[in-house]
Ligand binder design. Structure first.
Ligand SMILES: Cc1ncc(COP(=O)(O)O)c(C=O)c1O
Length: 343
């Protein structure tokens, strides 16, 4: 969380407190006071000595050995495994939870529930633990054991769903549970929640802009919920309309790029905006594995499989350029995955 963002939130809270005191409706004012005091309590948590204050502001690492085309083309990656929950999804999860508290949808008696291939679940579980909310997650039973262990360690409840139905099946299960018991749960629904992409609009994009000294020319990211690509690209294009935004996705419905979607055969997330990408690239699981291995052996970066795919996509973009600054996102680290793909 940047200081700028924190200051913005404090101003928002201050503004809504003022609105409450001007309101003539005392019961609405009372519930708004509860929300505001909860927001203040959370804001007091999110400072530099608190675990949630460590979300965002990740390093931007230069790829030095895998790419040697010429000195005029540079490739950088946001090292998102430096987030306290270990992935890029800490940003979206915190944004959705703060928005839900602010809007009054997440009260202390509700359980946060969602469908996730793992990283968002870990982020909810960590944030839920830090802020005192119960967390229930539906995930395909073939999600990696390492991820399941992390969820359990943070105290989340897991509901396993059919691996053949992927994250779509897990989403279906959550919808059923919420429909049957709407008072019990708060469902952030990361596929359709604007606070997901706004997290990247407010933080990831601004960090990339500052960390490259405003020199970024190309942004490359994979499509899962699509929050990272949509939010970061939207802001970067506002900062400089000349920035080229490239989305990538798996090249087939049956793929090993955990966290990413083959959109042609999946439920397209509501937050996806098909007009943003200047180009689309398809990446195979094998290409991603190859890059995971090379990043570990040649760059000292042990990353997850979608990060390998991000590297493969960035190399394709960079190899077309005479000059440019290509920035991508490495969503998580390699320790969260099995070892089958490692040489
Ligand atoms: C490992 C991994 N890579 C990539 C993504 C895609 O990010 P987004 O959901 O912002 O599109 C995710 C999302 O869960 C993920 O877990």
């Amino acid at each position: 969380m940047t200081l700028e963002k924190l200051a913005e939130q404090k101003t928002d809270a201050h503004r809504s407190r003022n609105q409450v005191s001007r309101s003539g409706n005392s019961s609405r004012a009372a519930s708004s006071e509860n929300i505001n005091s909860r927001i203040l309590e959370i804001e007091n948590h999110i400072h530099d000595k608190h675990i949630l204050g460590q979300i965002g502001n990740t390093p931007l690492l230069q790829i030095r050995k895998l790419f040697k085309l010429n000195d005029s083309v540079e490739i950088y990656a946001k090292a998102e495994w430096f987030n306290p929950g270990g992935s890029v999804k800490d940003r979206a999860a915190l944004s959705m939870i703060l928005e839900a508290v602010r809007s009054g949808k997440l009260t202390g008696d509700r359980t946060i529930i969602d469908a996730t291939s793992g990283n968002t679940g870990i982020a909810y579980a960590m944030i839920g633990s830090a802020l005192g909310y119960k967390v229930t997650l539906a995930l395909p039973s073939n999600a990696s054991q390492e991820r399941k262990n992390a969820l359990l360690a943070y105290g989340a409840e897991i509901i396993y769903t059919d691996p053949l139905s992927g994250t779509d099946g897990a989403q279906q299960k959550v919808r059923e549970l919420v429909a049957n018991n709407p008072e019990k749960y708060y469902y952030p629904d990361q596929y359709n929640n604007p606070a997901n992409w706004k997290a990247h609009y407010d933080t990831t994009a601004v960090e990339i802009w500052e960390q490259t000294g405003h020199r970024v020319t190309h942004f490359v990211a994979g499509l899962g919920t699509t929050g990272t690509f949509v939010g970061t690209s939207r802001r970067l294009k506002e900062l400089n309309p000349g920035i080229v935004c490239v989305a990538f996705q798996p090249d087939s419905p049956l793929h090993g790029l955990e966290g990413l979607k083959h959109l042609a055969t999946s439920i397209v997330p509501g937050i996806y905006d098909p007009t943003i990408a200047d180009f689309q690239i398809a990446i195979s699981t094998e290409e991603a594995y190859e890059m995971v291995n090379r990043l570990a052996r040649e760059e000292g970066m042990f990353v997850g499989i979608s990060a390998g795919a991000a590297m493969a996509a960035s190399l394709k973009v960079a190899s077309q350029l005479k000059s440019g600054v290509v920035v991508t996102v490495f969503p998580d680290g390699g320790a969260r995955y099995g070892v089958e793909h490692l040489r």
